[in-house]
Ligand binder design. Structure first.
Ligand SMILES: NC(=O)c1ccc[n+]([C@@H]2O[C@H](COP(=O)([O-])OP(=O)(O)OC[C@H]3O[C@@H](n4cnc5c(N)ncnc54)[C@H](OP(=O)(O)O)[C@@H]3O)[C@@H](O)[C@H]2O)c1
Length: 294
Protein backbone atom coordinates (compact mmCIF):
# COMPACT_ATOMS: atom_id res chain seq x y z
CA UNK A 1 0.00 0.00 0.00
CA UNK A 2 1.32 3.42 -0.96
CA UNK A 3 1.22 6.21 1.59
CA UNK A 4 0.19 9.62 0.32
CA UNK A 5 0.19 13.25 1.49
CA UNK A 6 -1.87 15.85 -0.31
CA UNK A 7 -1.06 19.57 -0.19
CA UNK A 8 -4.03 21.73 -1.22
CA UNK A 9 -7.33 19.97 -0.60
CA UNK A 10 -9.48 21.82 -3.13
CA UNK A 11 -11.39 20.33 -6.06
CA UNK A 12 -8.65 18.09 -7.48
CA UNK A 13 -6.87 17.47 -4.15
CA UNK A 14 -10.18 16.53 -2.51
CA UNK A 15 -11.20 14.31 -5.44
CA UNK A 16 -7.80 12.56 -5.41
CA UNK A 17 -8.03 12.06 -1.63
CA UNK A 18 -11.38 10.29 -1.97
CA UNK A 19 -10.49 8.30 -5.11
CA UNK A 20 -7.09 7.12 -3.84
CA UNK A 21 -8.51 6.14 -0.45
CA UNK A 22 -11.10 3.98 -2.24
CA UNK A 23 -8.20 2.24 -4.00
CA UNK A 24 -6.53 1.44 -0.68
CA UNK A 25 -3.88 4.15 -0.75
CA UNK A 26 -3.09 5.30 2.77
CA UNK A 27 -3.86 9.01 3.02
CA UNK A 28 -1.46 10.12 5.74
CA UNK A 29 -1.56 13.92 5.67
CA UNK A 30 -3.89 16.51 4.21
CA UNK A 31 -2.47 20.02 4.13
CA UNK A 32 -5.04 22.81 4.15
CA UNK A 33 -4.57 26.53 3.90
CA UNK A 34 -7.87 27.07 5.65
CA UNK A 35 -10.68 24.77 6.71
CA UNK A 36 -13.43 26.06 4.47
CA UNK A 37 -12.95 23.09 2.12
CA UNK A 38 -15.18 20.07 2.20
CA UNK A 39 -14.19 17.76 5.00
CA UNK A 40 -12.88 14.99 2.77
CA UNK A 41 -11.62 13.09 5.81
CA UNK A 42 -15.14 11.66 6.26
CA UNK A 43 -14.58 9.59 3.09
CA UNK A 44 -11.46 7.91 4.48
CA UNK A 45 -11.20 4.70 6.45
CA UNK A 46 -8.38 5.86 8.69
CA UNK A 47 -8.32 9.53 9.75
CA UNK A 48 -5.36 11.45 8.30
CA UNK A 49 -3.40 13.98 10.25
CA UNK A 50 -4.93 17.22 9.02
CA UNK A 51 -2.26 19.85 9.08
CA UNK A 52 -1.88 23.44 8.13
CA UNK A 53 0.73 24.81 5.75
CA UNK A 54 4.42 24.92 6.62
CA UNK A 55 4.31 21.79 8.72
CA UNK A 56 5.92 19.71 5.99
CA UNK A 57 8.70 18.42 8.25
CA UNK A 58 6.32 15.73 9.52
CA UNK A 59 5.73 14.17 6.09
CA UNK A 60 6.83 10.60 5.88
CA UNK A 61 4.75 9.46 2.89
CA UNK A 62 6.05 7.70 -0.19
CA UNK A 63 4.06 10.01 -2.49
CA UNK A 64 3.22 13.71 -2.20
CA UNK A 65 0.68 15.47 -4.40
CA UNK A 66 0.83 19.25 -4.67
CA UNK A 67 -2.73 20.11 -5.72
CA UNK A 68 -2.73 23.80 -4.96
CA UNK A 69 -3.49 26.28 -7.74
CA UNK A 70 -0.74 26.60 -10.37
CA UNK A 71 0.62 29.88 -8.98
CA UNK A 72 1.37 28.25 -5.61
CA UNK A 73 3.13 25.10 -6.84
CA UNK A 74 6.68 26.47 -7.11
CA UNK A 75 6.40 28.14 -3.70
CA UNK A 76 5.11 24.93 -2.06
CA UNK A 77 7.89 22.94 -3.77
CA UNK A 78 10.45 25.39 -2.32
CA UNK A 79 9.02 25.03 1.18
CA UNK A 80 8.96 21.24 0.86
CA UNK A 81 12.58 21.19 -0.28
CA UNK A 82 13.58 23.06 2.87
CA UNK A 83 11.66 20.83 5.25
CA UNK A 84 11.42 17.30 3.81
CA UNK A 85 13.50 14.67 5.48
CA UNK A 86 12.89 11.76 3.10
CA UNK A 87 12.98 11.55 -0.72
CA UNK A 88 9.40 10.81 -1.76
CA UNK A 89 7.85 10.92 -5.23
CA UNK A 90 6.35 14.37 -5.69
CA UNK A 91 3.70 15.17 -8.30
CA UNK A 92 1.62 18.19 -9.17
CA UNK A 93 -1.60 18.05 -11.19
CA UNK A 94 -1.23 21.20 -13.28
CA UNK A 95 -1.80 21.00 -17.03
CA UNK A 96 0.29 24.03 -17.93
CA UNK A 97 3.29 23.42 -15.64
CA UNK A 98 5.72 20.53 -15.98
CA UNK A 99 7.98 18.51 -13.71
CA UNK A 100 10.60 21.24 -14.27
CA UNK A 101 8.61 23.36 -11.83
CA UNK A 102 9.53 20.81 -9.13
CA UNK A 103 13.26 21.10 -9.96
CA UNK A 104 14.11 22.24 -6.44
CA UNK A 105 12.78 18.91 -5.12
CA UNK A 106 14.60 16.93 -7.77
CA UNK A 107 17.82 18.57 -6.59
CA UNK A 108 17.36 17.10 -3.12
CA UNK A 109 16.83 13.60 -4.53
CA UNK A 110 13.03 13.40 -4.91
CA UNK A 111 11.67 11.87 -8.11
CA UNK A 112 9.25 14.39 -9.55
CA UNK A 113 6.54 14.47 -12.17
CA UNK A 114 3.18 15.84 -13.20
CA UNK A 115 -0.11 13.94 -13.48
CA UNK A 116 -2.77 15.98 -15.25
CA UNK A 117 -6.31 14.55 -15.42
CA UNK A 118 -7.85 15.62 -18.72
CA UNK A 119 -11.28 16.17 -17.15
CA UNK A 120 -13.11 19.05 -15.53
CA UNK A 121 -13.39 18.69 -11.74
CA UNK A 122 -15.92 21.13 -10.28
CA UNK A 123 -16.00 19.63 -6.78
CA UNK A 124 -14.34 16.80 -4.85
CA UNK A 125 -17.06 14.15 -4.45
CA UNK A 126 -18.28 13.95 -8.06
CA UNK A 127 -14.72 14.67 -9.21
CA UNK A 128 -13.54 11.45 -7.56
CA UNK A 129 -15.89 9.55 -9.92
CA UNK A 130 -14.60 11.33 -13.02
CA UNK A 131 -11.10 9.82 -12.85
CA UNK A 132 -12.25 6.39 -14.01
CA UNK A 133 -11.90 6.25 -17.82
CA UNK A 134 -10.29 9.71 -17.94
CA UNK A 135 -7.04 10.30 -19.80
CA UNK A 136 -4.11 11.54 -17.72
CA UNK A 137 -1.02 13.25 -19.14
CA UNK A 138 2.01 12.11 -17.17
CA UNK A 139 5.60 13.32 -17.51
CA UNK A 140 8.70 13.69 -15.38
CA UNK A 141 11.61 11.57 -14.17
CA UNK A 142 11.40 8.05 -15.66
CA UNK A 143 10.87 6.49 -12.21
CA UNK A 144 8.20 9.06 -11.35
CA UNK A 145 6.43 8.38 -14.66
CA UNK A 146 6.29 4.65 -13.83
CA UNK A 147 4.69 5.41 -10.46
CA UNK A 148 2.32 7.94 -12.10
CA UNK A 149 1.21 5.31 -14.63
CA UNK A 150 0.49 2.87 -11.79
CA UNK A 151 -1.54 5.51 -9.91
CA UNK A 152 -3.58 6.30 -13.05
CA UNK A 153 -4.20 2.60 -13.63
CA UNK A 154 -5.37 2.23 -10.01
CA UNK A 155 -7.76 5.16 -10.52
CA UNK A 156 -9.23 3.38 -13.56
CA UNK A 157 -7.82 5.99 -15.95
CA UNK A 158 -5.61 5.84 -19.03
CA UNK A 159 -2.20 7.48 -19.06
CA UNK A 160 -0.16 8.90 -21.89
CA UNK A 161 3.09 10.84 -21.89
CA UNK A 162 4.43 13.92 -23.60
CA UNK A 163 8.02 15.16 -23.51
CA UNK A 164 8.50 17.67 -20.70
CA UNK A 165 9.26 20.51 -23.16
CA UNK A 166 5.90 19.92 -24.89
CA UNK A 167 3.77 19.92 -21.74
CA UNK A 168 2.71 23.53 -22.36
CA UNK A 169 1.74 22.74 -25.97
CA UNK A 170 -0.32 19.80 -24.70
CA UNK A 171 -2.09 22.27 -22.40
CA UNK A 172 -2.67 24.72 -25.27
CA UNK A 173 -4.33 21.85 -27.14
CA UNK A 174 -6.61 21.13 -24.18
CA UNK A 175 -7.58 24.81 -23.96
CA UNK A 176 -8.30 24.85 -27.71
CA UNK A 177 -10.56 21.79 -27.47
CA UNK A 178 -12.31 22.88 -24.30
CA UNK A 179 -12.25 26.65 -23.58
CA UNK A 180 -12.02 27.72 -27.22
CA UNK A 181 -14.92 25.44 -28.10
CA UNK A 182 -17.02 27.42 -25.62
CA UNK A 183 -15.75 30.68 -27.14
CA UNK A 184 -16.62 29.42 -30.63
CA UNK A 185 -20.14 28.53 -29.56
CA UNK A 186 -20.38 32.02 -28.07
CA UNK A 187 -19.62 33.39 -31.55
CA UNK A 188 -22.38 31.22 -33.06
CA UNK A 189 -24.78 32.44 -30.35
CA UNK A 190 -23.94 36.06 -31.22
CA UNK A 191 -24.82 35.38 -34.87
CA UNK A 192 -28.15 33.85 -33.80
CA UNK A 193 -28.98 36.83 -31.59
CA UNK A 194 -28.58 39.01 -34.71
CA UNK A 195 -31.33 36.82 -36.23
CA UNK A 196 -33.62 37.93 -33.37
CA UNK A 197 -33.26 34.97 -30.96
CA UNK A 198 -32.46 35.54 -27.32
CA UNK A 199 -29.16 34.22 -25.96
CA UNK A 200 -30.54 31.37 -23.85
CA UNK A 201 -32.80 30.17 -26.64
CA UNK A 202 -29.88 30.33 -29.08
CA UNK A 203 -27.58 28.32 -26.78
CA UNK A 204 -30.19 25.60 -26.24
CA UNK A 205 -30.98 25.37 -29.95
CA UNK A 206 -27.33 24.87 -30.83
CA UNK A 207 -26.81 22.04 -28.33
CA UNK A 208 -28.21 19.09 -30.36
CA UNK A 209 -26.10 20.27 -33.32
CA UNK A 210 -22.96 20.53 -31.18
CA UNK A 211 -23.63 17.21 -29.42
CA UNK A 212 -24.17 15.32 -32.68
CA UNK A 213 -20.94 16.79 -34.08
CA UNK A 214 -18.98 15.74 -30.98
CA UNK A 215 -20.60 12.28 -31.17
CA UNK A 216 -19.48 11.94 -34.79
CA UNK A 217 -15.92 12.78 -33.74
CA UNK A 218 -16.02 9.85 -31.37
CA UNK A 219 -16.08 7.43 -34.28
CA UNK A 220 -14.90 9.41 -37.31
CA UNK A 221 -11.71 11.35 -38.01
CA UNK A 222 -11.95 15.12 -38.47
CA UNK A 223 -12.22 15.10 -42.28
CA UNK A 224 -14.94 12.43 -42.15
CA UNK A 225 -16.84 14.28 -39.41
CA UNK A 226 -16.83 17.59 -41.31
CA UNK A 227 -20.30 18.50 -42.63
CA UNK A 228 -21.85 21.64 -44.15
CA UNK A 229 -20.73 24.33 -46.57
CA UNK A 230 -17.02 23.52 -46.50
CA UNK A 231 -17.51 19.76 -46.73
CA UNK A 232 -19.67 20.37 -49.84
CA UNK A 233 -17.29 23.09 -51.12
CA UNK A 234 -20.35 25.23 -51.76
CA UNK A 235 -18.91 28.47 -53.16
CA UNK A 236 -22.20 30.35 -53.51
CA UNK A 237 -23.23 29.76 -49.86
CA UNK A 238 -19.74 30.78 -48.70
CA UNK A 239 -20.12 34.10 -50.54
CA UNK A 240 -23.49 34.70 -48.87
CA UNK A 241 -22.04 33.86 -45.43
CA UNK A 242 -19.14 36.29 -45.90
CA UNK A 243 -21.44 39.08 -46.97
CA UNK A 244 -24.01 38.72 -44.17
CA UNK A 245 -21.35 38.36 -41.44
CA UNK A 246 -19.58 41.46 -42.72
CA UNK A 247 -22.80 43.47 -42.92
CA UNK A 248 -24.54 42.43 -39.69
CA UNK A 249 -21.99 41.02 -37.25
CA UNK A 250 -18.36 42.19 -37.06
CA UNK A 251 -14.97 42.06 -38.75
CA UNK A 252 -13.57 40.10 -35.80
CA UNK A 253 -16.13 37.37 -36.26
CA UNK A 254 -15.60 37.38 -40.02
CA UNK A 255 -11.91 36.79 -39.29
CA UNK A 256 -12.72 33.83 -36.99
CA UNK A 257 -15.05 32.39 -39.64
CA UNK A 258 -12.41 32.71 -42.35
CA UNK A 259 -9.54 31.36 -40.27
CA UNK A 260 -11.48 28.22 -39.33
CA UNK A 261 -12.81 28.07 -42.89
CA UNK A 262 -9.27 27.59 -44.23
CA UNK A 263 -8.85 24.62 -41.88
CA UNK A 264 -12.25 23.19 -42.89
CA UNK A 265 -11.32 23.54 -46.55
CA UNK A 266 -8.13 21.63 -45.88
CA UNK A 267 -10.24 18.84 -44.29
CA UNK A 268 -12.52 18.79 -47.36
CA UNK A 269 -9.41 18.49 -49.55
CA UNK A 270 -8.16 15.53 -47.48
CA UNK A 271 -11.51 13.88 -48.16
CA UNK A 272 -10.89 14.23 -51.89
CA UNK A 273 -13.38 16.80 -53.22
CA UNK A 274 -13.14 18.65 -56.55
CA UNK A 275 -9.84 20.61 -56.64
CA UNK A 276 -11.29 23.31 -58.93
CA UNK A 277 -13.98 24.20 -56.38
CA UNK A 278 -11.42 24.15 -53.56
CA UNK A 279 -9.24 26.65 -55.42
CA UNK A 280 -12.24 28.92 -56.15
CA UNK A 281 -13.37 28.84 -52.51
CA UNK A 282 -9.85 29.53 -51.28
CA UNK A 283 -9.49 32.56 -53.58
CA UNK A 284 -12.80 34.04 -52.34
CA UNK A 285 -11.65 33.58 -48.75
CA UNK A 286 -8.19 35.06 -49.36
CA UNK A 287 -9.82 38.11 -50.96
CA UNK A 288 -12.24 38.51 -48.03
CA UNK A 289 -9.32 38.22 -45.59
CA UNK A 290 -7.39 40.89 -47.48
CA UNK A 291 -10.42 43.19 -47.45
CA UNK A 292 -10.77 42.90 -43.64
CA UNK A 293 -7.37 44.52 -43.25
CA UNK A 294 -8.32 47.49 -45.52
N1 LIG B 1 -10.36 21.67 -11.44
C1 LIG B 1 -10.04 21.07 -12.57
O1 LIG B 1 -10.90 20.80 -13.39
C2 LIG B 1 -8.62 20.65 -12.83
C3 LIG B 1 -8.42 19.64 -13.78
C4 LIG B 1 -7.12 19.21 -14.02
C5 LIG B 1 -6.06 19.77 -13.32
N2 LIG B 1 -6.30 20.79 -12.42
C6 LIG B 1 -5.12 21.32 -11.71
O2 LIG B 1 -5.16 20.86 -10.36
C7 LIG B 1 -4.61 21.86 -9.48
C8 LIG B 1 -5.65 22.25 -8.44
O3 LIG B 1 -6.76 22.82 -9.11
P1 LIG B 1 -8.17 22.91 -8.37
O4 LIG B 1 -9.16 23.22 -9.44
O5 LIG B 1 -8.37 21.76 -7.49
O6 LIG B 1 -7.95 24.24 -7.51
P2 LIG B 1 -8.71 24.64 -6.15
O7 LIG B 1 -10.06 24.03 -6.11
O8 LIG B 1 -8.58 26.13 -6.06
O9 LIG B 1 -7.85 23.96 -5.02
C9 LIG B 1 -6.60 24.40 -4.63
C10 LIG B 1 -6.55 24.25 -3.13
O10 LIG B 1 -5.23 24.44 -2.67
C11 LIG B 1 -5.28 25.24 -1.50
N3 LIG B 1 -3.99 25.88 -1.32
C12 LIG B 1 -3.44 26.87 -2.02
N4 LIG B 1 -2.21 27.14 -1.59
C13 LIG B 1 -1.97 26.29 -0.56
C14 LIG B 1 -0.88 26.04 0.30
N5 LIG B 1 0.24 26.77 0.20
N6 LIG B 1 -0.98 25.03 1.19
C15 LIG B 1 -2.11 24.30 1.31
N7 LIG B 1 -3.19 24.49 0.54
C16 LIG B 1 -3.11 25.46 -0.40
C17 LIG B 1 -6.41 26.22 -1.78
O11 LIG B 1 -6.83 26.80 -0.58
P3 LIG B 1 -7.64 28.21 -0.59
O12 LIG B 1 -9.07 27.80 -0.69
O13 LIG B 1 -7.26 28.82 0.69
O14 LIG B 1 -7.17 28.99 -1.79
C18 LIG B 1 -7.44 25.28 -2.39
O15 LIG B 1 -8.17 24.59 -1.41
C19 LIG B 1 -4.17 23.03 -10.38
O16 LIG B 1 -2.83 22.83 -10.69
C20 LIG B 1 -5.03 22.84 -11.61
O17 LIG B 1 -4.44 23.38 -12.78
C21 LIG B 1 -7.56 21.23 -12.17
Amino acid sequence: MKSVSIIGVGRVGGALTIALAKKKYKIENLFFRNRKELNVAQFLNAPPKELFVNDYSQINSEIIFITTGDSEIEKVAGELAKKLRGQPYVFHTSGSLSSKDLKVLNEIGCRVGSIHPLVSISEAVTGAEHFADAYFCVEGDPEAVLIAEKIVLDLGGKSFSVKTEYKILYHASAVTACGHLVALIDVAIEMLTRCGLDETEARKMLMPLVKSTVENLNTQNTSEALTGTFARVDVKTLENHLQIIKETVSRDILEVYLQLGFRSLHLAEVRGVDQKNIAEMQNKMLLAKKNIKC
